[in-house]
Ligand binder design. Sequence first.
Ligand code: C2E
Ligand code: MG
Ligand code: MG
Ligand code: MG
Length: 277
Amino acid sequence: HIENEYLQPYAIYDLKMKEIYMAQSQIRRNIGQALENNELQVYYQPIFSAATDKIVGAEALIRWIHPEKGMISPDVFIPTLEKNGHISVLDKFVSDMISLFLHRRHDAGKKVVPISMNISRMDFYDPDMLSALVDEFSNDEFLCSHKMLELTESAYISINNLDLHPLRKIQNQNVRILLDDFGSGFSSFSTITDYDFNILKLDMEFVRSIGKNPKIEAVLHTIISMAHELGIKVIAEGAETNEQVNFLKSVNCDFIQGYYYSKPVPQDVFEKMLDEL
Ligand code: C2E
Ligand code: MG
Ligand code: MG
Ligand code: MG
């Protein structure tokens, strides 16, 4: 239970913990209402080609714009939704918004780029959400080539038998899978060889070490070369500085996502960016 987890380790729990706890219990009660009130919005962070500096894709990122509290970070409410089992409601919403967006622009003959959505490992406990995804992709080649799924290593590891998993069906329809946050926490090299994903996303932690830690720079270079040998493309996350971008280009990183190029932006702003391509 959330109550115990958050309160027990702190003999004297400070104001900040109390605030987080309050925010989380409110989130539990209010997520359904927030959806109804249109407080949840899908933002898009463009992803750029390292070779051309042009937009070649985007990641969908949820934003909760609370009428009183303002913007609430996903890092605050996603973990809560993962614990209470409501994350799949949110992810289904994001998924539907992406499909609507892609189809609307495609039908109007406007420029589109592939968009990825984050799949929580807890989504795997919702068979309805997964079967909705499988159904949506079947008979829609356009969507299969334009909607992509981001999974972390922990999501992959939670799958018992990948051959029996809906993810396999989705991948068999040529939907691209991205391995998210590679290099954070207990990342393991074997993940790269154990699972069939198409694109590797280097975690921001790695990128932050550029210009500071030559060992990590060498590791970055090696991971990118290894990925390329295996036919996997690489996106670097969280590039903010000129130095980081220059280094990533020099080691042949394929794609870059970060504040250096653009923050996540609301849909209308993203559409203008696409129209100008
Ligand atoms: P993530 O999937 O690894 O997303 C990348 C995060 O890095 C985003 O944070 C993005 O805004 C941030 N970022 C990108 N470039 C930079 C940069 O140059 N500097 C800095 N400081 N940050 C950068 P965000 O949007 O706050 O999301 C945090 C995490 O919440 C995501 O990490 C993802 O794990 C989760 N999340 C966000 N939206 C969704 C969603 O719709 N569903 C699920 N299940 N999880 C989501
Ligand atoms: Mg992601
Ligand atoms: Mg990430
Ligand atoms: Mg992350």
